[in-house]
Design a protein around this ligand. Structure first.
Ligand SMILES: NC(=O)c1ccc[n+]([C@@H]2O[C@H](COP(=O)([O-])OP(=O)(O)OC[C@H]3O[C@@H](n4cnc5c(N)ncnc54)[C@H](OP(=O)(O)O)[C@@H]3O)[C@@H](O)[C@H]2O)c1
Length: 208
């Protein structure tokens, strides 16, 4: 498939690029800092630009089958509009280009998944992650109100551990305490969901 990744310089995004490239996909990354992907530039197309700017995104989306977003704020927990700006740009660029398939990495506890989170998770999500989650929730409202062929992906806490290749995924996944999932397994899910019809217009909670 022809896949565009935004947020591709982050740890999960890079794993998605590598997985897609190994699978034989035609891979494009739209990033603010192309130099950060210099080591991959002979294997994928790296476009410099702002993935939250509608014009840059529309240029990058022409001819793509699917967009995977792994945008994030790193360790920053302050107020942000990153996710809602990116979502608005994506909806506008999809209307312009006809590329409507989007797999969007969110976080378990954001949006509609908050009520099903555990008491421990609720404390994290409603205190130090509150600002980031508010923007994620706002972005999801924009995406859900659009005509996108959307998959919203809700992982639990991410780790840098090696992927297991086995994890739980579903619209409802029972959990206790504060479960985790490795970024490698998240990249596996994002790529698999993008490659097939199973998760189109469905939400996916994923966790160990
Ligand atoms: N940490 C966790 O436990 C956890 C749990 C569940 C879900 N998540 C979510 O998973 C996602 C991926 O997380 P991650 O740790 O792999 O990556 P990350 O470090 O959060 O993502 C950084 C990516 O977003 C881009 N980015 C940041 N600010 C930007 C801006 N203003 N404009 C354009 N691009 C911008 C970065 O580009 P530059 O390189 O140009 O800065 C980079 O490509 C995030 O949405 C995160 O919230 C995390």
């Amino acid at each position: 498939m022809k896949v565009l990744v935004i947020g591709a310089t982050g740890p999960t995004g890079r794993l998605v690029l590598e997985r897609a490239q190994r699978a034989g996909d035609s891979v494009t990354a739209l990033v603010r800092r192309p130099e950060a992907l210099a080591d991959l530039s002979s294997q994928i197309t790296v476009l410099g630009g702002d993935p939250t700017a509608p014009a840059d995104l529309a240029t990058a989306m022409i001819g793509q089958d699917v967009v995977i977003s792994t945008l994030g704020r790193g360790r920053s927990m302050g107020p942000t509009d990153l996710f809602s700006r990116a979502a608005a740009a994506l909806v506008s660029a999809a209307e312009q280009t006809g590329t409507t398939r989007v797999v969007w990495l969110s976080s378990f506890g954001a949006g509609d998944t908050y009520p099903s989170s555990t008491p421990v998770q609720k404390i994290m999500y409603s205190t130090f992650l509150r600002s980031v989650y508010a923007d994620k929730t706002a972005s999801e409202r924009l995406l859900r109100a659009s005509d996108l062929d959307l998959t919203l992906v809700y992982p639990t806490t991410l780790t840098h551990k090696p992927g297991k290749g086995t994890y739980r995924s579903g619209e409802h996944v029972p959990m206790k305490g504060a479960p985790t999932i490795s970024r490698e397994d998240v990249a596996h899910f994002l790529h698999s969901a993008a490659a097939g019809p199973e998760w189109i217009r469905r939400d996916a909670i994923i966790t160990d």
